[in-house]
Design a protein around this ligand. Sequence first.
Ligand SMILES: [Zn+2]
Length: 150
Amino acid sequence: MTEDLRSLADDMLATMYDAPGIGLAAPQIGVMNRLIVMDCVKEEGETPRPLVMFNPEIVASSDELNTYEEGCLSIPEHFADVTRPADVDVRWVDADGNERTETFTKLWATCVQHEIDHLDGKLFIDYLKPMRRQMITRKMTKLKRELARE
Ligand SMILES: [Zn+2]
């Protein structure tokens, strides 16, 4: 693990906590690297659990599904129900260069799948029915145009 990648991961965690969000993928900040960070601990007073994952890969998914209302820092102010496998086994390389495998459940499972999708250029709106996806895409295009004008 290079020092550059580690400091990139630290920057991404800071950006994510600032947003605030529970996950961030490098492509979202314009870095084409297979790197994601996440922390789904949301309860006040609970110990944070920042995860840095290089080359994360889903190695197994449960047949059981789960639906969560998802949002995304790349698509501000839009949320939609997305159904995904309820549990996933993920293999990745951590910030110390060690290979790790863990089973994620509940919100963690949804989050890690959402973030890995970013590495493959996929957004949660890709899971929605065409009508709803078009509506969000149109609003986002409009928003981007307005921001560009400012
Ligand atoms: Zn996202």
